[in-house]
Design a protein around this ligand. Structure first.
Ligand SMILES: Cc1ncc(C[n+]2csc(CCOP(=O)(O)OP(=O)(O)O)c2C)c(N)n1
Length: 560
């Protein structure tokens, strides 16, 4: 039976289990859009801008471990969506971006909106391909799902020339993809166990993508049995329950001084699932590259990641899930006596949860610490990039998978689309987007999606009137010479009201609790967005740190 390329493509997505796509429509891929009429099991989420759509798809990939699917038009649509592809790349998130393309008859003439996507995306995607023949659509899409999810997960970009979509073919479909397994070798497990049992001060660092509830549980049991304190890598706060007695904090930007010292004191670091990137290692100082001071065991799904930046004691190429399954079979061969080490790290971590003092009538420290009481058990906090994000990540006790969505790539504008994607996937969850006034304004148009799809998310906009992070960098490098940082902001509350949402300004710590409860009640009752505009003294730039202190320290350093 002959079908056009759009129908063949949508059939493949259905076969691979896709239930939702994020898109901005475009005339360059009309047959795919038309095919949605025949595949009602696939829900099209129509976004306002391609960066929002791509971020939503990326967040879906983070939440589910399955590729998030995004459709955009050629040229301008693809360039807008590229931020989501780069996020998926650095965050190791499975994702597939479909992009329209000019037809083969006029290709390579710089036709209207034409781009060579293989060249354009080759450094920010795991794989890029253009499907030039209608009959090869099933084959390429199957390969895309496998590539996006196996080894180090990542984004795939597929360009769809018009003639491939409008053309017809009689071709067989391909069944649902099955990611390959990669179990650790028994000898490696023996050696790992011996390293762990002979260490005095080991530390397990968890991160990366495609975890499962079972894997989290298995790794928690493993940490218990082997007396391993556990830290989450940069912005992977969801990989371990922060209430667990072995949890010792998170690494990277915002890491506590005590954890920084404990990492340096550790004699064995086991990094599971995570890259040890610039942020997690604090520019390769907490764990030095190429030769760490600690014995390093690196467990990562991609062999090419292993030993590429660090000279390891031992490397195991396996996925988190497969390692966790194997770890569940291990038991200590001797009595371990590291209770004090585990307890020391835990106690020091608990100290960091106490709100630090700050200036003015509204304390961001106190606000985020309060969230632990205000949030129900089933919650998700999303952020983009900016100093405001340091507060939830320091004070909120995240409780496992899907409780946090944060781009390790540090791209602004992520929080709102991610919150939308999370609420679509988990309607029962309390989803709170933290956003700086700068971060929020990068993708605020997606409030329209929250309105259209009845999504009761809560948005906290942290209004300090500046691009605060950059101000802190300027004060550090060019003290007192700050420039090009100020905002003239709109009324954020009126803005949310214009999307039929709720808006309220909060400028005192004691008013936050009641305001948050009102916002959440509105969001839950009306299934529409609620926004609290949080006003605070912009001098408060990070927990326990002010801009004026940074300036003074820097001026002193320049004098010396
Ligand atoms: C897309 C993108 N553009 C620019 C940056 C650089 N950048 C990082 S943080 C930041 C300022 C964030 O300002 P805001 O959201 O208001 O938060 P604040 O730092 O004031 O808390 C900027 C411009 C980035 N990370 N991502």
């Amino acid at each position: 039976m002959k079908r056009n390329g759009g129908k063949i493509l949508m059939q493949q997505l259905a076969n691979h289990g896709v239930k939702r796509i994020f898109m901005v429509p475009g005339e360059s891929y009309l047959p795919c859009i038309d095919a949605l009429n025949d595949f009602k099991q696939i829900d099209p989420i129509v976004c306002r801008q391609e960066s929002g759509a791509a971020y939503m798809a990326e967040a879906y990939g983070k939440l589910t471990g399955e590729p998030g699917i995004c459709f955009v038009t050629r040229g301008p649509g693809a360039t807008n969506a590229s931020i989501g592809v780069h996020t998926a790349f650095q965050d190791s998130t499975p994702m597939i971006l479909f992009v329209g393309q000019v037809g083969g008859d006029i290709y390579d003439k710089e036709a209207f909106q034409e781009i060579d996507y293989v060249s354009m995306f080759s450094k920010v995607a795991k794989w890029v391909v253009q499907i030039n023949k209608t009959e090869r659509i099933p084959e390429y899409i199957s390969r895309a799902f496998h590539i996006a999810t196996s080894g180090r997960p990542g984004p795939v970009v597929i360009a769809l020339p018009e003639d491939s979509l409008w053309g017809e073919a009689d071709v067989a479909d391909i069944a649902k993809y099955v990611p390959v397994k990669s179990y650790p070798h028994p000898q490696d497990l023996d050696r790992l166990q011996s390293l762990i049992e002979n260490a005095e001060k080991p530390l397990l660092v968890v991160g990366g993508s495609r975890w499962s509830e079972e894997a989290v549980q298995n790794i928690q049991n493993f940490a218990d049995k082997f007396q391993l304190p556990v830290a989450c890598s940069w912005r992977r706060l969801e990989c371990f329950d922060h209430h667990h007695p072995n949890f010792a904090g998170h690494m990277g930007w915002g890491m506590s001084e005590s954890l920084r010292q404990n990492i340096k004191d550790a004699d064995l670091v086991i990094a599971l699932g995570t890259r040890l990137g610039e942020e997690t290692t604090e520019i390769y100082t907490a764990i030095e590259s190429p030769t760490p001071n600690q014995k390093l065991v690196h467990i990562h799904p991609s062999p090419s990641e292993l030993n590429s930046v660090f000279d390891t004691e031992m490397s195991i190429a396996t996925s988190v899930k497969d390692f966790a399954t194997a770890a569940a079979t291990l038991s200590p061969t001797k009595t371990l006596t590291r209770e004090n080490w585990v307890k020391k790290l835990r106690d020091e971590h608990l100290e960091t949860l106490k709100p630090l003092p700050s200036n003015g009538e509204l304390s961001l420290d106190n606000l985020s610490a309060q969230m632990n009481e205000l949030l129900p058990e089933d919650f998700c906090i999303t952020v983009g990039a900016g100093n405001y994000a340091l507060y939830p990540h320091r004070y909120i006790q995240f409780n496992g998978l899907t409780s946090s969505l944060a781009p390790t790539v540090g791209s602004m504008g992520y929080g709102l689309p991610a919150a939308i994607s999370c609420k679509l996937e988990h309607p029962e969850k309390t989803v709170v987007c933290y956003a700086g006034d700068g971060c929020f304004q990068m993708n605020l148009q997606e409030l329209g999606v929250a309105l259209q799809y009845n999504l009761g998310i809560v948005v906290l906009v942290f209004n300090n009137g500046i691009w605060g992070t950059i101000r802190s960098h300027q004060e550090r490098e060019f003290p007192g010479r700050t420039i090009a940082l100020d905002f003239v902001n709109p009324s954020f509350t009126t803005l949310c009201e214009s999307y039929e949402g709720y808006g309220e300004v909060v400028d005192k710590t004691e008013d936050f609790k009641a305001a948050f409860e009102r916002a959440l009640a509105f969001a839950n009752e009306h299934n529409r967005p609620a926004l609290l505009e949080i006003r605070y003294d912009s001098n408060n730039i990070a927990p326990g740190e002010t801009l004026m202190e940074i300036r003074e320290q820097s001026l002193d350093a320049h004098k010396a």
